[in-house]
Design a protein around this ligand. Structure first.
Ligand code: SF4
Length: 485
């Protein structure tokens, strides 16, 4: 990044990235919905009464968080010039890392409505501005030698395939780029590869295997010689160990009229206490939609989720913990996105009616029939009760591997006098299970394989909680969703 000549800077500003050393985590702050609802570090303008940048930082920390006694303050040598509001020329931000005690919690000023302490990976994903995310990367690099921290490179995140991504890839100068796309984009994959090739000058190899989630990004041996992987259509999974460096392009959708969509929800008379969940492509619509729903008399609720989710309100097919956190306060959920995949998972995870709002088609679908899906699963469980030989499936994909669960299931099976063998795969494919001498399977890989694709398999395939139901260790009700944390 090139800083302009200091003579052209009309005003200095400071940013503070608050971290705890053990555990190594960062405090991030959410602006209220009226100011975009975005996640940011502490920041502010340097006033004429401030002696220097550090004094300005200390004042901002006091005003915005009540922090009186910070620990070590480390300049990150990170300066970002930007166009000031109202055409007041170029301003410049200077970033600092500020250590805080792990027992400290921030007070909230009117600047923010929420503060969370998260891992650097989650901060790298949630922080709204690219400069903020890059500053976190710089902070990890700076503090790692001093604190002996895990030096893993945080994932790089972009909203769309475009100039920001191209510039970052150009700066990296990879000898070869691996490009992986989801199944819905395979027809466009060649065109996208060509765009990246033309913009970066680097050869691009297409990973032949489409990605179902951020959990199955291409491994180094799948695209030999690739120094960088670009993964389209998914947000990173913050608690997953990635083969670095991985660039996620979330393919955010910028359309959708929040006031018209809120009006549709009102006309359809959905319950006022409404939880909101969205696919990653439509997350930018959540904050404006929340505002319009409040205007229309609703009390929308959004949960932050656990460490497998990068964003509040985000849906992941194996993890709806954000929704689960607010389920007791709502009478129904509104899923913003397309298709039935997430509404099915959300209904199974929360046992609430799930309405689907498709912002592309401007359509609102009634709740899916959760009871029918649960009945089908219970019948499958009943049919597998007498199975003697069980195959326990494990995926080797970094974000789907649950070997410990598989071993625990094997132990349980043996305790109940059943035979159980562990089988490992990268992707689970029904053809690989043909002709095997098992009566039934337990799937510890992506939970949705058992739930959504079980008709494709030659024998009953259960999730781990369903397997415990089949052994009689869990009751048939309430139905437990197999969630991955
Ligand atoms: S485990 Fe399945 S549902 Fe979860 S992220 Fe991976 S593909 Fe999606």
């Amino acid at each position: 990044m090139s800083a302009p000549d200091s003579g052209t800077i009309a005003r200095e500003c400071v940013e503070g990235y608050l971290y705890t050393a053990r555990p190594f985590e960062l405090w991030i702050f959410r602006r209220p919905p009226a100011r975009g609802g975005i996640w940011v570090p502490i920041s502010g303008k340097v006033e004429t009464t401030d002696a220097d940048l550090e004094s300005a930082l200390l004042r901002e920390l006091r005003e915005e968080t009540g922090l009186e006694r910070p620990g070590a303050i480390t300049p990150l040598d990170w300066q970002v010039p930007f166009d000031a509001p109202n055409g007041e020329g170029t301003w410049r931000l200077t970033a600092f890392a500020v250590e805080v005690d792990p027992t400290w919690t921030p007070g909230l000023s009117a600047e923010h409505d929420l503060a969370e302490r998260v891992s650097p990976s989650v901060a790298s994903v949630r922080l709204h501005y690219t400069d903020n995310r890059e500053a976190v990367q710089r902070l990890v690099e700076r503090l790692q030698p001093r604190l002996g921290l895990d030096a893993r490179e945080a994932p790089h995140v972009y909203a769309r395939v475009g100039p920001e991504l191209f510039e970052a890839l150009r700066q990296r100068r990879p000898k070869r780029i691996a490009l992986q796309v989801p199944a819905g984009l395979v027809r466009n994959a060649h065109e996208l590869a060509e765009q990246i090739r033309a913009a970066t000058g680097a050869p691009v190899f297409l990973a032949g295997r489409p990605c179902f989630g951020a959990c199955d990004v291409p491994m180094p041996d799948e695209v030999p010689g690739a120094e960088v992987a670009v993964v389209l259509g998914h947000a990173p999974i913050p608690n997953m160990v990635l083969p670095p460096p991985t660039y996620f392009v979330e393919m955010r959708y910028s359309g959708g009229d929040p006031s018209r969509l809120a009006e549709m929800v009102k006309t359809a008379r959905l319950p006022a206490r409404l939880g909101i969940v969205a696919s990653v492509q439509h997350l930018d619509l959540v904050a404006p939609l929340e505002r319009e729903l409040v205007r229309a008399g609703f009390s929308p609720k959004v949960g932050a989720g656990d460490r497998r989710l990068a964003y509040p309100a985000q849906a992941l097919g194996c993890n709806y913990t954000g929704a689960e956190q607010v389920a007791a306060e709502v009478d129904a959920f509104l899923f913003v996105g397309t298709g039935r995949f997430h509404p099915i998972g959300l209904a199974l995870a929360t046992d609430r009616p799930v309405y689907s709002l498709d912002p592309l088609q401007e359509s609102l679908e009634p709740p899916i029939d959760r009871a029918a899906i649960v009945r089908r699963r219970q019948l499958l469980v009943a049919g597998a009760r007498d199975a003697k030989r069980w195959g326990i499936l494990v995926s080797t994909f970094a974000g789907q591997n649950r070997t410990a669960t598989a071993l625990a299931m094997q132990l349980r099976a043996r305790r109940h006098g059943r035979e159980a063998e562990i089988l490992t795969f990268s992707r689970i494919d029904p053809r690989d299970l043909e002709g095997r001498a098992f009566d039934a399977y337990v799937n510890t890989a992506c939970p949705r394989i058992a739930i959504d694709d079980s008709d494709l398999y030659p024998r009953p395939m259960l999730t781990p909680p369903e397997f415990l139901m089949a052994l009689g260790e869990l009751p048939l009700e309430p139905y437990p969703f197999d969630t991955y944390h």
